[in-house]
Design a protein around this ligand. Structure first.
Ligand code: ZN
Length: 353
């Protein structure tokens, strides 16, 4: 079909060649003036196997939609579209080898490669420092590169429907991120660093392999949406408790700290003083104990913003700590009521590490 069946540039600068069954796109029928006036070009829902280099004749293009074609590559000339801010290329045959070498030098703000064949996020994409929205849903991604942290303007990251197994801590450096979509992947844990995402309003984690969340997630006070359905959470948690007792050093340290035995620098070598400083207080409100290296991983259900009952990770001082508290702390029994309402078999414990 010839392109002159398509529309001319409207007063709004929109040139629409979508849904015309085009196998090729020749720009000869578009006047030079129209090419210059066009700021949005729609070539979506055609049968294009290749993007003609003549697309770069539209020198003022700000938005290009080439979704729902059969494209397997975007040519090197593409980077000449210096004013392009939005590229929508959903549902094509693109992969990490399809992009121009200098793609990262473009000034894109919105990039949508959902429904393609990417197995990795191309490093060129992590160089788009003005990018505010990146969508790579429904691809074949297995991981998120640490370089994602370079996308310092990013507000939306959509990576749902891939094979991602881990969230790198570097994601936490995306300080403007408001929407993080990681649903329908194979993620087993959430790094506690994510709580640095102070702008985060929506976190989508449904249909993954999560067994717990880090308790730090409670500090995401601006979070308005959190989806967790379709995760095993504690259901598939390890049932056997293997007890690896604390060392004599740790036992001595625990006694000194929990009994408030006074000590000062002349009493002991500096490495022992440093060791004593590393004591963590047991989070069990009924326990006044401390721990160093030997602790028990424990899942506790906590209300989150009154909307969810989240299984959160705690580290307790000993395997006895939950069932028969190490010692009494009369100050707070409030939290423990929570615990009693959860069936005992769902409060599984395993040793850390
Ligand atoms: Zn304890």
């Amino acid at each position: 079909m010839e392109v002159d069946n398509g529309a001319a540039v409207g007063s709004d600068g929109v040139l629409d060649f979508s849904r015309l069954n085009l196998n090729t796109f020749t720009v000869d029928s578009v006047s030079d003036e129209n090419k210059k006036d066009a700021n949005q070009l729609f070539l979506n829902n055609n049968r294009l196997c290749a993007l003609p280099t003549s697309v770069t004749d539209f020198s003022n293009l700000q938005l290009l939609d080439i979704s729902n074609n059969r494209l397997s590559a975007i040519g090197e000339d593409f980077t000449r579209l210096a004013k392009l801010r939005t590229l929508i290329a959903k549902n094509n045959h693109l992969n990490e080898f399809s992009l121009p070498k200098d793609f990262g030098s473009m000034h894109l703000e919105v990039l949508n490669f959902s429904g393609n064949r990417f197995e990795e996020i191309p490093l060129q994409c992590t160089k788009l420092r003005r990018l505010q929205s990146l969508s790579l849903g429904g691809n074949r991604l297995k991981s998120i590169p640490a370089e994602i942290e370079n996308l310092t303007s990013l507000e939306l990251l959509y990576l749902g429907g891939n094979f991602i197994s881990a969230i790198p801590a570097e994601v936490a450096n995306l300080s403007h991120l408001s929407y993080l979509v990681l649903c329908d992947n194979r993620i087993q844990s959430v790094p506690p660093q994510l709580t640095r995402l102070h702008s985060l309003r929506s976190l989508s984690l449904h249909n993954n392999l999560l067994t717990y969340l880090p308790r730090e997630i409670l500090s995401l006070v601006h979070l308005q949406e959190l989806s967790l359905r379709g995760n095993p959470l504690v259901v598939r948690f390890v049932k056997e408790l293997v007890y690896d007792p604390p060392s004599l050093l740790e036992l001595a340290g625990r006694t000194i700290k929990s009994r408030n035995v006074p000590y000062s620098p002349p009493d002991m070598p500096s490495h022992l003083l440093k060791y004593l400083d590393l004591a963590s207080k047991c989070p069990n409100p009924k326990c006044a104990g401390v721990y160093f290296d030997s602790c028990v991983r424990h899942i506790k259900f906590v209300d989150f913003c009154g909307k969810y009952r989240l299984p959160l990770m705690h580290y307790l001082c000993s395997p006895e700590c939950t069932t028969s508290p190490c010692s009494s702390n009369p100050q707070s029994d409030a939290e423990s009521e929570d615990e009693n309402s959860v069936p005992a078999d769902r409060l599984q414990k395993v040793l850390l590490g």
